[in-house]
Design a protein around this ligand. Structure first.
Ligand SMILES: [Zn+2]
Length: 338
């Protein structure tokens, strides 16, 4: 799923469906098509069940437009997607932390402790989570094919990486297998296979097609990032899936060293989860026909007022909170009965 997917098809009638790219290619041709279908409701197929749109006429020209209150129903990757306040993570960050201008996404990322929103910068883990969101990996759609995975994130992030700046530097991501020494990468992103403490620091093995890809993190770096609070990381086998993103540096001796690591726990569908939201998110993925987004939440700085998930196949986004005490199943049914 690309962040902006211009190949998404618009269905004008049972026989006619055209891509956004095709319409953009030739404005005269597009005007002819839109005039022809004026008064009908074309369907954007960015999500499996489709999103109804309409054609408006302004100043003699025809435009394809989202229906009122439906812009957030489009996939994050769709050109017609407009975030709703309840699902828009950027609202929790100050302008200095996150800016989007001139086609660039700029993130400020530092380890200093955060207190409450608006956050002046991202933590390393929150930055990873924001990139996850850019890759569309926080939206769950039933019937999603291909199933989301690290390869989807890799493909999307690589295709938009030239538009991302982290602390004013280009973002050049690498995904395991092991990086090639002659290539310049700034960050590595991978799923942790194992983690162990040795006399040389932490040895991190990342999943990469069975290839051996070992990275090193020194103890001081690890402590600075306050990642010690995740004891389960040292279990064998790991009880959950963790994605790690870190700055990459190759030592003169040829070791791949990692700095500024951020962690993201994900469920088998690669959706971000935390200790508090895990059961609700897992339950939603198992419930049939649920279409929802997991808003960005860095588990260590997440205000309790943010929803754990937001249902999107409702007239207005329906926030779900991971409250304790009430069985999650009845909560989901109550909000999403359809
Ligand atoms: Zn769409």
């Amino acid at each position: 799923m690309l962040y902006t997917n211009h190949e998404v098809r618009i269905r004008f009638s049972d026989e006619v469906s055209l891509t956004r790219a095709w319409l953009d290619d030739d404005p005269v041709r597009a005007q002819r098509v839109l005039a022809n279908y004026h008064g009908t409701h074309p369907v954007c197929t960015c999500v499996p069940r489709g999103v109804q749109m309409h054609i408006v006429r302004r100043g003699g020209a025809f435009y394809l437009a989202t229906m009122p209150g439906r812009a957030h129903h489009h996939a994050l990757s769709c050109p017609y997607h407009i975030p709703h306040p309840s699902t828009d993570a950027s609202l929790h960050y100050a302008d200095a932390a996150l800016s989007r201008a001139s086609g660039l996404v700029r993130l400020s990322v530092y380890p200093d402790p955060l207190k409450h929103p608006p956050f002046p910068h991202f933590s390393f883990s929150a930055a990873l989570e924001y990139l996850w969101q850019l890759a569309g990996l926080n939206i769950f759609m039933p019937d999603m094919t291909p199933r989301p995975g690290l390869s989807v994130a890799a493909h999307t992030l690589q295709s938009i990486s030239d538009r991302i700046r982290i602390n004013d530097r280009h973002f050049i991501p690498h995904f395991p297998p092991a990086p090639r020494a002659d290539r310049r990468f700034t960050h590595v992103i991978g799923v942790i296979r194992s983690l162990s403490l040795t006399r040389y620091g932490y040895r991190v093995a990342l999943a990469g097609d069975g290839e051996k890809c070992t990275y090193w993190i020194n103890e001081a770096t690890w402590r600075r990032c306050q990642l010690f609070s995740v004891p389960t990381l040292f279990a064998d086998p790991l009880p959950a899936r963790y994605v790690i993103m870190a700055r990459l540096w190759r030592s003169p001796k040829g070791f791949w060293n990692l700095f500024d690591p951020g962690l993201l726990e994900v469920n088998p569908q690669m959706l971000p989860v935390t200790e508090h939201t895990r059961s609700l998110v897992n339950e939603l993925t198992q419930a049939k026909r649920k279409f929802f987004v997991v808003p960005q939440l860095d588990s260590s700085h997440h205000p309790a007022t943010l929803p754990a998930a937001v249902l999107l196949d409702t007239d207005q986004p329906a926030p779900l909170y991971a409250r304790v005490g009430l069985p999650a199943v009845s909560r989901v049914r109550a909000v999403a009965s359809d």
